[in-house]
Design a protein around this ligand. Structure first.
Ligand code: ADP
Length: 517
């Protein structure tokens, strides 16, 4: 027959091995371990102290301990060397000495280290409220138990770490702006993040387990190799091999399409087995629009540049004809057209250069004290000659102050606005007016044309933007208002469409009164 303490030890060890596999909640596990330890050696109270990277030594669980004694021990634990300093173990005889001092010998205790593979995890303390030392058997029972308990604590900690990591990963997946889709090697869906749900207006639950081709439906064949085809061939052979394709995905809910770029990356196990394929999906609408605008811009600009050049060339070759004697008046008129077209070309090239400078951050502003009403007045004669069917009104209040700004740039902005008013409105009045506000001054240019479509208002200050309607009827690069906005921004001001004005278009800009920096 086994001696009594051996039987007890066997039963308790069995219980702890059950706990090791069943209980993964660290706190509950420690509580159970402590209870068993107290029962095993017929104690009355106890605690488990753990040593942790972040918290140092602390009492993790306790049972039957008087509050005052617990506080006392906790303070004592805090005074111990921190983890990583020295070797940081609690010195058992010391706590016993302390206890006997506090309880005047009424309480005896035993402390056992919990060690797993040389890693010091913590200590279990059990107390009895009667005199008498713990026997060697008590210690033996508790020691083998404590080492098993150390494994259980370690397992629970690892489990917690893994759970925390996967929670972190989940949070990360759901916080990225790109859509993410995780596929199993058989190309069925395992996980979809929130961005992708939002992008394609789908629900994760409805997609899990579905083959990829049911989730990604293309409006027309995408550019690049589809994952279904790639996987049939030899993709992927290495973790670095990514697959990229671009196209328009169908959104089944709304029956529209979304332009996307998809990158597929494989995830291999250490043994080289394909675990998952991770797809990141980027909405490329903006990129497409920018690309379209750029293409459109190139065709518009080449056309715009060609027109004056063709005109100039036409007039020059006519004038050069040797078989005709041109009279002075015809020569003068032809030269005027050539000059005008050359000016037009220069202005266009200037705009292009300014736009490039803005892209590279090189638009310079040279400020001095300027008087905007005078600038506006000085512009009128030129526009009046150029567009005699229009009637220009300059209307600024008496108290309109001087401001500190770049005179040439402000002239450029006002000229652009007047040019647009002439271009986009039928002959009539064009008014350049001013207003003084508390902290800034405002300049507006108004016409009596068809106005600006509310749908275009948010975009007209964008680079290369031209409204579809307008683009069909007039020439332009879509750079004018963009440059105006950037110039005004560089002055610390704002530019906007005055939507309260109903008789045509009114575009206003402001310049701070004290922009003397
Ligand atoms: P562009 O004149 O070369 O097209 P802008 O940047 O100057 O480029 O203008 C952008 C767009 O804003 C124009 O294509 C036009 O649709 C609209 N717009 C600008 N000014 C006016 C105006 N006074 N009336 C109506 N539409 C205007």
């Amino acid at each position: 027959m086994l001696p009594d303490f051996r039987v007890r030890q066997r039963d308790y060890l069995l219980e702890i091995s059950r706990l090791m596999t069943e209980e993964l909640d660290l706190q509950a596990l420690l509580q159970r371990i402590l209870r068993i330890a107290i029962e095993m050696i017929i104690g009355h109270a106890g605690f488990i102290a753990l040593k942790e990277e972040k918290r140092g030594w602390h009492i993790a669980v306790h049972e039957g301990m008087p509050e005052a004694l617990l506080n006392y021990i906790q303070r004592w634990l805090e005074s111990l060397p921190q983890v990583g300093e020295e070797n940081g173990e609690i010195y058992v005889p010391e706590i016993n000495r302390m206890l006997s001092e506090v309880s005047m010998g009424m309480i005896t205790g035993v402390g056992i280290n919990m060690i797993f593979q040389k890693e010091f995890i913590g200590q279990i303390y059990v107390f009895r409220n009667y005199r008498g030392a713990f026997s060697a058997n008590d210690r033996a029972v508790l020691t083998s138990f404590a080492n098993q308990a150390a494994i259980a604590v370690r397992n629970a900690r690892l489990f917690n770490q893994t759970r925390e990591q996967s929670l972190r990963l989940e949070a990360l997946l759901d916080s990225v702006a790109d859509g993410i889709l995780i596929l199993k090697p058989d190309l069925t869906v395992e996980r979809i993040n929130r961005s992708l749900e939002h992008m394609l207006q789908i629900k994760e639950e409805a997609c899990i387990g579905k083959p990829i081709h049911e989730v990604f439906e293309w409006a027309k064949p995408p550019q690049g190799t589809r994952i279904e085809e790639a996987i049939k061939e030899i993709w992927p052979t290495t973790a670095q091999e990514h697959l990229y394709l671009e196209g328009d995905l169908i959104r089944k809910m709304t029956h529209d399409t979304l332009p996307v770029g998809i990158t597929y990356g494989p995830l291999f196990s250490e043994e080289g087995e394909l675990l998952n394929i991770i797809a990141s999906i980027r909405d490329i609408t903006r990129f497409r629009t920018a690309e379209e605008m750029q293409n459109n811009f190139i065709s518009v600009v080449s056309h715009e540049l060609k027109t004056p050049i063709a005109l100039i060339k036409g007039y020059v070759s006519t004038l050069r004809r040797e078989d005709v004697q041109w009279d002075r008046e015809v020569v003068q008129e032809s030269l005027a057209v050539i000059e005008e077209e050359a000016d037009h070309l220069t202005a266009m090239v200037e705009d292009l250069l300014d736009a490039t400078r803005l892209q590279t951050g090189g638009l310079s502003i040279r400020k001095s004290e300027i008087f905007i009403p005078a600038i506006a007045k000085s512009l009128v004669p030129r526009f009046q000659t150029q567009a005699p069917e229009y009637y220009f009104v300059v209307d600024f209040p008496e108290d309109y102050p001087s401001v500190v700004a770049d005179e040439d740039r402000i002239r450029q902005v006002i000229s652009n606005l007047i040019n647009n008013a002439i271009k986009y409105s039928p002959p009539g009045e064009i008014r350049i007016s001013g207003k003084v506000r508390l902290t800034d001054v405002v300049v507006c240019v108004s016409d009596h044309g068809p106005g600006i479509d509310p749908r275009d208002i948010p975009h007209i200050f964008d680079r290369f933007y031209r409204s579809d309607e307008v683009a069909k009827k007039t020439k332009g690069t879509g750079l004018g208002l963009y440059l105006c906005r950037e110039i005004i921004k560089a002055h610390g001001g704002k530019i906007w469409v005055d939507e309260t004005y109903q008789e045509g278009s009114r575009i206003c800009f402001s310049v701070p009164k004290n922009s003397a920096s």
